[in-house]
Design a protein. Structure first.
Length: 328
């Protein structure tokens, strides 16, 4: 009986040994597949940055690189790294179109940037990759680094689907999270985050939140484009007299600075027709009645932000109402 027990114990120990060895080989195989896929993806990205490569070759290499990163993600579903590299690749080649942050290779040639202008599908894949990375590595400091950029890209997608509030809600969360983690960051980053958060609040109809967010951005050094956003928020919050006074008090130089920022695409408005509200309010503040009427009407015709259309029509009614002199 004792011998039988000893024999059984030895057999069990041997079985455990073989099982652990087998599992170890399986883990090693997974690690090897993962590492190989990442390495191949990285090598393809490096090749794609070579200035001698044709546009067709670059596109092919980037497709293959993304495939390898996704293969790595499949082999290790818990790893966020493949998704970070996918997002990084798409951002730098298709969206920002410049050298990767790891410094490998030359800057992507301008001719390639033009040819690889990002489609909505590419931007969505980039955002999804960031989301997947964050879901797996929420405490990775690199998450903070892309929060503002992800919020901006979510907002840009609203142009294609204005009714998708989830995009704006996602952008709001990105900016709020960035600001919650912002200790020690430069004022420049904070100005952008507060200004964009204010704009997002306004697009979500949260005017009581938008106004103090704009004011915070201005206190941190925000420029004319942020001050003009505050004026629009005030006007939409039934504080039109304050809004017009603010635009006048900012003066001509601020107006020129704002218009230059719009012309140079340093700021953007979603949907496109939103810009006419800003222009109309400015023109009305400076007493340019005819121009203001045209801009207010263009805003209404554009259909941008239907919830603010009644306010625009109120401006039209006020500007077209006969004055006392005309009635007499």
């Amino acid at each position: 009986m004792v011998i039988a027990v000893v024999g059984l114990t030895a057999a069990t120990a041997n079985a455990d040994l073989w099982r652990r060895a087998s599992e170890g080989h399986a883990v090693d195989a997974v690690d090897e597949r993962y590492d190989d896929a990442i390495a191949i993806g990285d090598a393809l990205v490096t090749q794609a940055q070579a200035s001698s490569a044709s546009i067709t070759q670059i596109k092919k290499m980037l497709v293959q690189a993304e495939e390898r990163y996704r293969a790595a993600a499949e082999s290790k579903p818990e790893s966020g790294e493949p998704y970070f590299r996918i997002a990084q690749m798409l951002q730098h080649f298709f969206v920002d179109c410049h050298v990767l942050s790891n410094g490998i290779g030359p800057i992507v040639p301008a001719r390639t940037c033009d040819a690889l202008h990002p489609s909505t599908a590419v931007v969505k894949r980039m955002i999804d990759a960031w989301d997947q990375f964050e879901a797996r590595s929420p405490l990775d400091p690199r998450v903070t680094n892309f929060l503002t950029e992800r919020g901006i890209e979510r907002t840009k997608l609203v142009e294609a689907d204005p009714k998708d509030r989830s995009l704006l809600e996602g952008a709001r969360k990105d900016y709020e999270t960035f600001l919650a983690r912002s200790d020690g960051l430069t004022h420049g980053n904070l100005v952008v985050a507060w200004g964009n958060l204010a704009e997002t609040y306004m697009m979500l109809g949260q005017l009581d939140d938008a106004i103090p967010a704009y004011q915070r951005a201005i206190r941190l050094g925000g420029g004319a484009e942020i001050a003009y956003g505050l004026a629009v928020a005030l006007d939409r919050n039934d504080r039109g007299i304050e809004a017009l006074s603010l635009v006048r008090d900012l003066g001509t130089n601020a107006r020129i600075s704002f218009e230059e920022a719009v012309t140079k695409n340093l700021v953007f408005y979603v949907p496109d027709g939103e810009i006419f509200y800003y222009l109309a309010l400015t023109e009305e503040a400076f007493g340019e009645r005819a121009q203001a009427l045209r801009s207010w009407r263009r805003y209404v015709t554009s259909g941008a932000h239907p919830e603010f259309q009644p306010r625009a029509r109120a401006h039209i009614d006020a500007l077209t109402r006969p004055t006392q002199g005309q009635r007499d």
